[in-house]
Unconditional design. Structure first.
Length: 363
């Protein structure tokens, strides 16, 4: 039996949530899986239809952490466990070291949650917690490098990229709705990401404004929500971007992929903001699975998800001119079409049925 202990799991929304769900479902093809996950609204609906064995843990965050660790400790002690997986070093922190003594244990690292200055309390806690894991799984070469810089020994770090279950079939009604949104625009540019500083939405909007003279029918769609929504809506108005830019709150999966499938470019030139940085960028791979090439930022792990000049481009997300010139280059001589074809082929390397074998080899 496999065990997963995670703070992040659907129906909660996010990249790590999707990663842990994908890992759980991929593992079920190789044996039974028991999941210990935090409780969220509408969990029962998700759990009933997921087909997964999930034990939810409720309560205040601090107490929940200890309760879940105690449940995992007891379960591991009483069952024959093939391997155990943790989404975060804090999920591992209160697990008894003796429980893991003879079990292959994996702790995933993503970038932001390990980016603490050496010698600080959080850094010391993180290193102590990760020392319990037999395998530390970095989502990119960038994250592995960051982990070493933060004091984690590279001896037990293995780079395994996140898996991707896209593309999924799109229902006809959502194809029609996507066409109604994009209409006859060109180029059709999309970002699917949380609205926070490091995703560089503010620079994207300013770039769209600058591109209007070059592409009179340009259309930009952003899907996602976050703390920057009000600032971005205000900036959109200040730039007088009417129909050229649309900021959509979280939408259902079908409309999201229908818009992605109809787009010409996935644009997410991420930047580093304070301690927050893009560790990998599974969204680039999801876009690639639909034959859409991406432009990503040069700060973080996008280089593992985008082959620069082959499946998309890497630019400086802090530099408006760099974003502008890269988008111009992207569409020159219909280059985006060949980039998209190569991106789609590249995305096949990230299918979960391939990625899970990298984990199983370590057991």
């Amino acid at each position: 039996m496999f065990v997963i202990s995670t703070r992040n799991f659907p129906p909660d929304v996010g990249g790590i949530q999707n990663l842990m769900e994908g890992l759980a479902k991929a593992l079920t093809n190789h044996g039974p899986v028991k999941i210990f996950a935090d409780n969220f609204n509408d969990c029962e609906k998700y759990d009933d239809r997921s087909g997964l064995s999930i034990q939810r843990v409720s309560g205040f965050k601090l107490f929940r952490k200890y309760r879940k660790a105690n449940l995992v400790n007891s379960f591991v002690k009483d069952n024959n466990i093939r391997a155990i997986f943790f989404d975060h070093w804090k999920s591992l922190e209160n697990i008894n070291r003796d429980c893991l003594k003879n079990i292959p244990s994996f702790c995933l690292i993503h970038s932001k949650e390990i980016n603490h200055n050496i010698g600080t309390s959080l850094n010391n806690r993180m290193i102590k917690s990760l020392s319990k894991a037999k395998h530390i799984i970095a989502n990119s070469n960038f994250t592995k490098k960051l982990a070493v810089e933060c004091g984690i020994s590279d001896r037990n770090i293995t780079v395994i990229h996140p898996g991707c279950n896209y593309p999924i079939k799109i229902q006809e009604e959502y194809k029609i709705r996507a066409k109604e949104i994009f209409k006859d625009s060109f180029p059709k540019i999309i970002t699917i990401a949380r609205l926070d500083k490091r995703k560089s939405h503010q620079n994207i909007l300013m770039s769209i404004k600058n591109l209007k003279s070059k592409f009179p029918k340009i259309k930009y769609v952003s899907i996602g929500d976050g703390e920057e929504r009000k600032n971005l809506e205000r900036l959109k108005d200040e730039l007088d971007l009417g129909d050229e830019a649309l900021l959509i709150n979280q939408t259902n999966e079908q409309l999201k992929v229908a818009l992605l499938n109809l787009s010409d470019l996935f644009l997410m030139p991420s930047i580093s903001y304070k301690k927050s940085v893009e560790g990998f960028g599974i969204s680039y791979i999801e876009a690639a699975s639909y034959g859409k090439a991406s432009i990503g930022g040069n700060e973080g792990g996008a280089n593992d998800a985008i082959q620069d000049g082959i499946t998309g481009y890497i630019c400086d997300g802090n530099d408006l001119n760099s974003i502008y010139e890269t988008i111009i280059k992207f569409f020159e001589d219909n280059r985006y079409k060949s980039l998209g074809s190569k991106a789609q082929e590249f995305s096949k390397e990230f299918k979960w049925n391939k990625i899970i074998k990298e984990y199983l080899k370590l057991i």
